[in-house]
Design a protein around this ligand. Structure first.
Ligand code: NAD
Ligand code: TYD
Length: 354
């Protein structure tokens, strides 16, 4: 066994930020196993593509033979599992891909990892880690005065996406409990930052605001999410990988609850400041549209366990993080044009026309 890390879904939003952060630290070679769905983008990793210590393998985590070949030939010491279908609205329109990747794919990955791990020496088995990246959405929806989700909050997933992630979390838990696989699970709140596919709230609003297009806010805009800068999330994952206790769950969040409308208003102000002015303030582009079916009202994370046990705390404030993020999208038009073609345009047309 080597100290190589196999990262699944490393061409996506969080996975590519994680790989770039780890490559800077040069602590372990990385194999990026990604299917390259619409959400996977190798351009994110252009700066490390030629580095020794980084390798890209195109493939599906649900394909047993391929996963086995990667494990048996690269002999990793850890898996960091990001690969997933990740967009709630897409899961409402078509849940099947979510079951296939998030449930079946995680199952295949666990089975192959278990076989590989069983073949290791006792000492290697002890050092091996399987880190499963999950979400706060598995816990369901909070009322306005409820305390934030903690690691022992009962699961109550409400969307097909959340249900598929909850199923994968349960499988990971069972593989630790039953087989002793040294797993770690992280459940994180909403991320924002560079490389996020612009179907998600913040990048969608930045680009629509830049272009003077309408800003579609679901329902009354008072749904609350807890926002964390993606680099803080990646840093937390590294801390859990390094020092987390096998079998444990760590909740990660930004202590930064905001209503969606507040987020969109902040984006409008920043785009007004940084992009060429429009005849009217961008705020006027806000349009309330039909609510998402089953829309969870509020998410909030209690991240005291990871702070207490591993000394992790977010470094970026929302004010500095959102400013950097708006600037990044405005300055990286080539990246934006690369991802907003074909399938992206089709999604926007189908989803927002109805
Ligand atoms: P993303 O949609 O941007 O990226 C997903 C990546 O997985 C893409 O590169 C895609 O090509 C790849 N992929 C999809 N199906 C695959 C398959 N069958 N085999 C191999 N690769 C496949 O997602 P993201 O926002 O970067 O999220 C990464 C992980 O973090 C997910 O597991 C998600 O549930 C979790 N998470 C995300 C957030 C968030 O705010 N974005 C918050 C908490 C947790
Ligand atoms: P999203 O970025 O899809 O993340 P999630 O559903 O995983 O929290 O959405 C964040 C919030 O923004 C969510 O409450 C739904 C809302 N939203 C809108 O109001 N309009 C939009 O066009 C989108 C994409 C999301």
């Amino acid at each position: 066994m080597r100290n190589t890390i196999v990262v699944t879904g490393g061409a996506g939003f969080i996975g590519s930020n994680f790989i770039l952060q780890r490559m800077q630290e040069k602590t372990a070679p990385i194999i990026n196993l990604d299917k390259l769905t619409y959400a996977g983008n190798l351009r994110n990793l252009g700066s490390v593509a030629e580095d020794r210590g980084y390798e890209f393998v195109r493939g599906d985590i649900a394909e047993r033979a391929l996963v086995r070949r990667v494990l048996e030939t690269r002999l990793p010491g850890a898996i960091v599992h990001f690969a997933a279908e990740s967009h709630v609205d897409r899961s409402i329109r078509g849940p099947e891909d979510f079951i296939r990747t998030n449930v079946d794919g995680t199952f295949v990955l666990l089975e192959e990892v278990r076989a590989y791990w069983s073949s290791l020496s006792a000492d290697e088995q002890k050092r091996f880690r399987f880190l499963h990246v999950s979400t706060d959405e598995v816990y369901g929806s909070l009322g306005p005065d409820d305390p934030p989700f903690c690691e022992t909050t009962p699961y109550a997933p409400n969307s097909p996406y959340a249900a598929s992630k909850a199923a994968s979390d349960h499988l990971v838990r069972a593989y630790h409990h039953t087989y002793g696989l040294p797993t770690l699970t992280t459940n994180c709140s909403n991320n924002y930052g560079r490389f996020q596919f612009p179907e998600k709230l913040i990048p969608l609003m930045i680009l629509n605001a830049r272009d003077g297009k309408s800003l579609p806010v679901y329902g009354d805009g008072k749904n609350v999410r807890d926002w964390l800068h993606v680099e803080d999330h990646c840093d937390a994952i590294s801390k859990v990988l390094q020092g987390g206790r096998p079998g444990e769950v760590y909740n990660i969040g930004g202590w930064n609850e905001k209503r969606n409308l507040e987020i969109v208003e902040t984006v409008c102000e920043l785009v007004d400041e940084m992009a060429p002015r429009l005849p009217r303030p961008r705020h006027d582009l806000i349009t309330f549209v039909k609510d998402r079916p089953g829309h969870d009202r509020r998410y909030a994370m209690d991240a005291r366990k990871i702070e207490r046990e591993l000394g992790w705390k977010p470094k970026e404030t929302f004010e500095t993080g959102i400013r950097k993020t708006v600037r990044w999208y405005l300055e990286n038009d080539e990246w934006v044009r690369g991802v907003t073609s074909g399938s992206y345009r089709q999604w926007i047309e189908t989803h927002y026309s109805s």
